[in-house]
Structures are given as structure tokens and as C-alpha cells.
Design a protein around this ligand. Structure first.
Ligand SMILES: [Zn+2]
Length: 275
């Protein structure tokens, strides 16, 4: 009970830098990153339902973001996805690339993401647990067969699907972009495996997310409650609900600054092999 209460009490969160993060990463044995919309924002991906953005303004979220809406008007989410590929055409940014580099340097063991854009994998990260699925895969509503979608095929007028929604080549069922819509369950493998990673890690980075929506919000608390407790480091421009409650450290900056951490880790690793 005392331990449970301590999770809700005030905690000191120290302010730190990308440079100091490198030392923590080199010391840690198992590092997990929990990422959210703030990591994809520098790639030009607007927050869903951001009223400033043209794409979302043209589509009704009650149709495109819910499974009930998809069942009634399955073409609408596909139209949104085609517009998204043509107009936004997102590419990995320095934060995605830095996380992939940290994996190569042996300082990143799993990424748990709330993003649905597949940019961590495109940057080269190999263990990515997608809480909310991936917009760049399709899933058949009948036989559940999954197929990766190719951005080039989707954006080329000669090859982009014209009959919407596209149909499954195996059973002719309706295909759905494999993002988790409101009304759908979080994929059980991602849920189970991310909880396992949270309990296993000794360092968790929480990047570009306030992690205030369950079940993602449970993960930093789960990592903090493991024995011995994992260190929680937030990278966020502003304080979040985790600051002074869960996080040990906050780096108040844009996450693209992680490239400085990669440089510092590379130097630390090089000096330790020389000595
Ligand atoms: Zn099928």
C-alpha cells in the first residue's frame, strides 16, 4: 500500500541535458523508449484532428477514426490515407534516426510507440511495438490477412487503388488500414510485450508524449514500480503529468536533439575501447 501511494506522491524530477543522457544510456543494461506524437511532429505529421491541418479538416473523425464509421463508410479512411501519402509524405526525422543509431550502438533495446506512421522502422529500428497499429499496413476485415502498403504504389496515379475500399486478394473481404480505430482493442501482442519490456528495463525514455492515456500511461509507472526501479527520463519541451510524479529526469527540449546524444554515446564507447 505504501508503495502504491508513493506512485502518486510528489517526486523530484531533475532537469538534465542530451549530453548527460549519453552517460545514462551507456551505463544502462536494458533501455526502452516510449514514443508519441512529439517524435513524428518534426516529420510534418499533424496531431490527429489538429484543426489547423487541411487533411483532417476535410474528413469527419467520427467516420475516419472509429470502427463504426469505417464499417459504414470504408472508403473515407482510404481517401484520407491516399491524401496523407500524397500531401504529407512523411519521412523519418533526426529523432527517429537517432533512436535507430542508439540501437546499433547497443543502447536501445525496444521502442514502444503510440504513433501509426511506421517511421521508426523506416529509420532502421528493429524492435518496435506499435500500440495503435500501423497505417501503412492493411488488414482484411474477413480473413485478418495483413499486407504492407507501399507509399510509392499509393501515390502513383497509375498504381494507386481506384476502387475504394480495396479488396483482399485471398478472400475478397474489405481491407482496412491497420491503425487501431476508436472502438477497436489494442493489439494483444503489443500490449503484453510492452508491459514485459517496461518491467524488464532499467532505463525508460519517454519521448514526445505526455503518456496520459491508458494503457500507454501505465508503462512508465510499471517501470518505476519494478524492483529495482527503472530510471525514467522524459524528453519533452514542457512538463507533463509524469514530471514530479514519475520521471527522475526531464530534458526540456525538442526530441530531434537526440542526435547530440548519439554523438556523445559514440565518443564514450570509443574512449572505453581505447582505455
Ligand atoms: Zn481476406
Amino acid at each position: 500500500m505504501g508503495q502504491l501511494l508513493s506512485h502518486f506522491s510528489r517526486k523530484e524530477t531533475k532537469v538534465s541535458s542530451f549530453h548527460d543522457l549519453a552517460e545514462e544510456l551507456v551505463k544502462a543494461k536494458h533501455v526502452v523508449a516510449l514514443t508519441g506524437a512529439g517524435v513524428s511532429a518534426p516529420s510534418g505529421i499533424p496531431t490527429f484532428r489538429d484543426p489547423r491541418d487541411g487533411i483532417w479538416r476535410r474528413y469527419d473523425p467520427s467516420i475516419c477514426a472509429t470502427i463504426w464509421g469505417f464499417r459504414k463508410h470504408p472508403d473515407q479512411l482510404w481517401r484520407l490515407l491516399l491524401d496523407f501519402c500524397r500531401e504529407v509524405d512523411p519521412k523519418p526525422n533526426p529523432a527517429h534516426r537517432a533512436l535507430a543509431m542508439l540501437e546499433q550502438l547497443g543502447c536501445m533495446h525496444a521502442i514502444i510507440t503510440q504513433n501509426i506512421d511506421g517511421l521508426h522502422q523506416e529509420a532502421g529500428s528493429s524492435k518496435v511495438l506499435e500500440f495503435h497499429g500501423n497505417l501503412m499496413n492493411s488488414v482484411c476485415m474477413s480473413c485478418r490477412d495483413k499486407t504492407p502498403l507501399n507509399k510509392d504504389v499509393m501515390t502513383n496515379p497509375a498504381t494507386a487503388p481506384t476502387a475504394l475500399p480495396p479488396r483482399c486478394t485471398k478472400c475478397d473481404g474489405i481491407l482496412k488500414p491497420d491503425a487501431v480505430l476508436f472502438g477497436e482493442a489494442i493489439p494483444s501482442y503489443a500490449l503484453w510485450e510492452s508491459r514485459r519490456e517496461a518491467q524488464r528495463c532499467d532505463l525508460m525514455l519517454v519521448i514526445g508524449t505526455s503518456a496520459n492515456v491508458s494503457p500507454a500511461s501505465d508503462l512508465p509507472r510499471l517501470a518505476m514500480a519494478s524492483q529495482p526501479p527503472a530510471k525514467i527520463i522524459e524528453i519533452s519541451k514542457t512538463s507533463t503529468q509524469l514530471t514530479h510524479r514519475v520521471s527522475d529526469v526531464i530534458i526540456k527540449a525538442d526530441c530531434v536533439g537526440l542526435s547530440h546524444t548519439v554523438e556523445a554515446v559514440t565518443r564514450l564507447k570509443a574512449s572505453s575501447t581505447r582505455s
